[in-house]
Design a protein around this ligand. Structure first.
Ligand SMILES: [Mn+2]
Length: 253
């Protein structure tokens, strides 16, 4: 039996600057909201350690920025939290639990072809496996799978891509999934994807292929999309619209 801890949308470095009264901002220190997201990340990792999982999957938006035209980098504080917390997780699990992280629509420099999750891979090359938006585009162009293989389990990775936004993307993406991302017989097959809207940023094939589990991110509300497919939900409340939501992470057996 394989146990997977699934978390998503941790949005480290999330700050509210607009529409916030100055008196509510804690200047020269970590803002309250940013701190809340760091604490939530800590709690989610604690919960993952508790489960004694074999793998930890993060299905995108580890960092909040950059996003779209906001090219701000994650704060030094958020980067330090990410590294020290991941190290703490790896130490607590004796460096035996691989961590798989994909890019969402947040935390990636779309115009520079690199992503904020790359330094985490560089820090823990043996333990952390990542797939960036750029890796996805390269895999599609080269007609190669984007997966991480272990003895009994394969993870097929689907970083964020609004494939419907360009006609040729849609066709190429569809072809690539059929050719390169098909589950392998005799193994446990898990898809990890960042997307929410079927046929816009979430491909139908993820639901028609016989993956054992589809670990989704992007939707901040935890929910089931199919019997084998779950959105983990964000680990902290992102806007007032999420005020009534409970925040968790999931484990899958
Ligand atoms: Mn997202």
């Amino acid at each position: 039996m394989v146990k997977i801890a699934h978390m998503s949308d941790t949005h480290l470095s999330h700050r509210r600057v607009r529409n916030v009264r100055d008196s509510w901002k804690e200047r020269y220190r970590v803002s309250w909201i940013e701190n809340d997201f760091s604490l939530a990340f800590q709690r989610a990792l604690d919960a993952a350690i508790e489960t004694k999982c074999d793998f930890l999957v993060h299905s995108g938006d580890l960092f909040d920025v950059p996003v779209k035209r906001n090219t701000t980098s994650p704060s030094e504080y958020a980067r330090a939290i990410a590294i020290s917390e991941i190290r703490r997780f790896l130490e607590a699990t004796h460096f035996k639990v691989p961590i798989i992280i994909i890019d969402g629509n947040h935390g990636t420099y779309l115009y520079r072809n690199n992503s904020t999750i790359e330094f985490i891979k560089s820090a823990f090359p043996e333990n952390v496996f990542i797939a960036t938006n750029y890796d996805l585009k390269r895999a599609i162009v080269k007609n190669e799978p984007l997966k991480v293989e272990f003895e009994e389990i394969n993870f097929y990775l689907f970083p964020y891509l609004e494939f419907k936004s360009m006609a040729n993307y849609e066709e190429l993406y569809d072809e690539w999934i059929s050719k390169c991302q098909e589950p392998e017989d005799g193994k446990i097959n898990v898809a990890v994807a960042h997307g929410m809207f079927r046929n816009l940023d979430l491909h139908e094939k993820l639901f028609s292929f016989p993956y054992d589990y589809v670990a989704l991110g992007h939707d901040h509300q935890q929910r089931k999309y199919a019997p084998n497919a779950w959105q983990a939900g964000s680990t902290e409340k992102y806007t007032f619209a999420e005020r009534g939501q409970e925040k968790y992470f999931r484990s899958y057996y």
